[in-house]
Design a protein. Structure first.
Length: 379
């Protein structure tokens, strides 16, 4: 098995400190340290491409730049890297979204992946003019994905659903290849949508035992639909030549968390309707103590950041071992990030990926295409 690794484009700004926010909370002031310019984001994208990441996730929400526009511009500064574009189905018609994806594929040479985000914060959804409740949003997502997939197959679509209606919808040109659809969600209805419509189910970084439960749950739902999904996990990373150096960096980040900011972010996240966010909050309970919730799995990021709130922390060998632990459960794709994103990409790419390559668990994507690649080995 060859594992797949994606990096992250911080379109809410980057910093040597954790940039908080997300899930209905604004980005913290540290996001102004390195503004998310096309120039800086392209630096990160080029580094990720050279190091061997398959793609880069770009988030969505009122707290960051628009993912479609940003990745379209950054794509012109890269050659191979794919873009895992997060978008919310309720904000654009399914026919237009299918057309946008098709255009993106042609203009980038097939480098689009789609991360469907239903939206767990009603107050943020209402700011965009979406007044459905959470379960209704998921039902709409199911209709949306049904329409989009039919269009991508070159079919004409007529549908009068509970939330969406199209008549004689069709695309002049279908995408080639068809973009893979990534999706996450921990509520019962989210599992049903994933089982029916998506290619890759993503979970945030919980301890392995809880991740194993999620995988078994989704596998069972997909099997009832006659489908097989792949599984991915979203994590931050702090990896160094020694365990001591990595934990010292985690301690430095933690020391930069202003108590008032932690309290404000936690209060904002407590309003979230997202079951996944609730599970993230339960890992630390807003407490700075006991943040290593599994060997090398640190919940400190979640004190100031919504969404993915855990990080793999340790030496390159320890982080590689934790990745193997998740891979043994069935995780095939890892969507990673770290502060700052440019430097941390090199720590991981030069320190961890070569160790996984030596164990036969990873190959540089360019190497798989027949190119000669020199992958540096740290340590």
């Amino acid at each position: 098995m060859s594992l797949t690794f994606h990096w992250f484009l911080p379109t809410n700004g980057d910093s040597r400190h954790v940039v908080g926010g997300g899930h209905g909370t604004p980005a913290t002031a540290s996001g102004r340290d390195r503004p998310p310019t096309v120039g800086y984001l392209s630096q990160i994208a080029r580094a990720a491409e050279d190091l061997g990441f398959e793609g880069a996730l770009t988030p969505t929400g009122a707290w960051c730049e628009d993912a479609w526009l940003t990745t379209a511009m950054v794509s012109r500064h890269t050659e191979r890297l794919k873009f895992l574009v997060a978008f919310r189905p309720g904000f654009v018609s399914p026919t237009l979204a299918a057309q946008m994806a098709s255009t993106f594929q042609r203009q980038t040479g097939g480098r689009l992946l789609l991360n469907v985000v239903t939206g767990g914060e009603s107050h943020e959804q209402r700011a965009y003019g979406d007044f459905l409740d959470k379960d209704a949003r998921y039902r709409r997502t199911g209709e949306f994905l049904h329409i989009v997939r039919e269009l991508w197959e070159g079919k004409a679509v007529d549908l009068e659903g509970e939330h969406l209606r199209v008549e004689d919808a069709r695309l002049a040109r279908v995408p080639d290849p068809v973009p893979e659809v990534y999706f996450g969600g921990s509520s019962p209805i989210a599992g049903e949508i994933a089982a029916r419509h998506v290619d890759v189910y993503l979970t945030w970084g919980e301890p392995p035992a809880r991740v194993a439960e999620k995988i078994a749950w989704i596998r069972g739902l997909a099997a009832r639909q006659g489908r097989t999904l792949r599984f991915g996990i979203r994590l931050h990373v702090i990896t160094r030549d020694t365990s001591e150096a990595a934990w010292a960096e985690a301690d430095r980040l933690l020391a930069g968390f202003d108590p008032a900011t932690v309290a404000s972010v936690q209060a904002g996240l407590a309003r979230s309707e997202s079951e996944g966010q609730r599970r993230m909050l339960a890992l630390h309970g807003g407490d700075r103590n006991g943040l290593e919730i599994h060997p090398n799995l640190w919940a400190g990021i979640g004190l100031v950041r919504g969404g993915a709130g855990t990080a793999l922390v340790g030496s390159h060998t320890e982080v590689a071992d934790r990745i193997k632990e998740y891979a043994a459960l069935g995780i095939e794709e890892f969507v990673l990030s770290g502060y700052p994103h440019l430097e941390e990409a090199y720590w991981f790419g030069e320190g961890v990926l070569p160790r996984l390559a030596a164990d036969g668990l990873w190959r540089h994507p360019a190497e798989e295409r027949g190119a000669c690649v020199q992958v540096p080995f740290a340590g």
